[in-house]
Design a protein around this ligand. Structure first.
Ligand code: SAH
Ligand code: SF4
Length: 397
């Protein structure tokens, strides 16, 4: 059964950093690539010859210093600053609530244009801090163990809304130089994982552009090795991810036969295990990265036997890999149970002895429903019924 939840009180507060969803008709500069920013500045009257330099200056103010007001951009002429503030804005998603778990995990509920909501989770660890960001409102896929999968897709996030999540977290953690953050301390947001709501490879262009902004060396400067994109296995986009983003890849594997994976990750019916593994084999070379993370959710009596563990290591032979075992995180109405701890350890042991790192991911932020697969904005009305969920899990109904 589920591990005991932490007993310390949960704090929940309405966040106080004032900011608004863009409603001004001005173009939001957050999330534009350098090229797009250049085009926007030229369209606003910046002389072509100056454009490159202006892009560099504005970029630094936004992404290095954390400045939101054009009037604070003191290396730009006053008139130019006024022009910028008439045409553009620097705006982030609005923080509706921030919850802090007993274990320090922070979950932000963010409101974006159209009144939609997404969640972002910050997980502090000893010498790093990982920010789990969302790429879509809801998800078109219907993995039967995933809470987000019970919510229909509402829309893709824009690149600005994806980058905005990183910036919101830095605001809240006080990590910008403009907020007086010390320069060379270990970074609070040191890693980003695209493991929140949504399937990032079904929103490829926006995710790619957002990650290019996040990786840019003169701004947020997260190296591509500190970004992990998790996919349920959208095969045609995997090589593109290597070539156009170059980040680390995690794959929601979760089963060792097509019969079981069809039920857990229904997109398997389109790209089955063999097709997926073939695409994964090429990833490390194409992206010049070391290994792929295989995520494997531990579901009691569904995918957690010794035979599964043995099949798993056989399947992935030849692929540099780490197996991340994720104890199932329960959510209201979930049709599965978490595997027993001894079972998870026995499974981990078989994988480990076959030569693969097999860490068991400690559930974080469970008390605030911030753990993997628990994200879902409570206010989204478009949702599936329990009967639909049970049906997709192959449980009749
Ligand atoms: N859509 C992408 C990324 C988001 S999900 C994907 O599916 O990979 C991030 C990870 O959490 C995935 O491995 C997903 O399978 C896993 N997950 C989803 N629901 C879960 C749950 N209830 N308990 C544990 N892990 C879950
Ligand atoms: Fe979507 Fe990922 Fe959840 Fe599957 S596990 S429903 S792909 S968010």
């Amino acid at each position: 059964m589920t591990a005991d939840l932490p007993s310390a009180p949960i704090t929940q507060d309405v966040h106080t950093i004032p900011r608004k969803v863009p409603d001004s008709g001005r173009l939001n500069l957050v999330g534009l690539t350098r090229e797009q920013l250049r085009d926007a500045l030229i369209a606003a009257g910046t002389p072509d010859k100056q454009a490159k330099m202006r892009v560099g200056q504005i970029w630094q103010w936004i992404y290095h210093w954390g400045v939101r007001d054009f009037s604070a951009m003191t290396n730009l002429a006053k008139d130019y600053r006024t022009l910028l503030s008439e045409r553009f804005e620097i705006s982030l998603p609005e923080v509706v609530t921030r919850q802090v778990s007993a274990d320090g995990t922070r979950k932000y509920l963010l409101r974006i244009a159209g009144g939609h909501e997404v969640e972002t989770v910050y997980i502090p660890e000893e010498n790093r801090g990982t920010l789990c960001i969302s790429s879509q409102v809801g998800c078109t896929l219907t993995c039967s163990f995933c809470h987000t999968g019970t919510q229909k897709l509402v829309r893709n996030l824009t690149a600005g809304e994806i980058v905005g999540q990183v910036m919101v977290a830095r605001d809240d953690l006080g990590e910008w130089p403009a907020q007086g953050a010390p320069k060379d301390e270990t970074r609070l947001v040191s890693n980003v994982v695209l493991m929140g709501m949504g399937e990032p490879l079904y929103n490829f262009d926006n995710v790619r552009d957002a990650m290019r902004v996040v990786m840019d060396g003169e701004g947020l400067t997260l190296s591509r090795r500190r970004i992990t994109l998790s996919t349920s296995g959208i095969v045609p986009e995997i090589a593109k991810t290597a070539e156009e983003i170059g980040c680390l890849l995690a794959v929601s594997f979760h089963a060792t036969t097509d019969e079981v994976r069809d039920r857990l990750v229904p997109v398997n019916k389109k790209w089955n295990i063999e097709t997926l593994l073939n695409a994964l084999r090429d990833y490390p070379r194409l992206s010049n990265s070391e290994r792929i993370t295989f995520e494997y959710v531990m579901l009691k009596d569904v995918n957690d036997s010794d035979e599964d563990a043995k099949r798993l290591v056989k399947l992935i032979r030849g692929i540099p890999a780490k197996i991340n075992l994720i104890p199932f995180n329960e959510w209201p109405g979930a049709p599965y149970q978490r595997s027993d701890w001894e079972r998870i350890e026995a499974f981990a042991d078989i994988v480990y002895k076959a030569g693969y790192a097999s860490p068991i991911r400690t559930p974080r932020g469970e008390d605030i429903m911030a753990a993997c697969g628990q994200l879902k904005s409570a206010t989204e009305r478009a949702r599936k019924s329990r009967a639909e969920i049970a049906k997709e899990a192959g449980l009749g109904a």
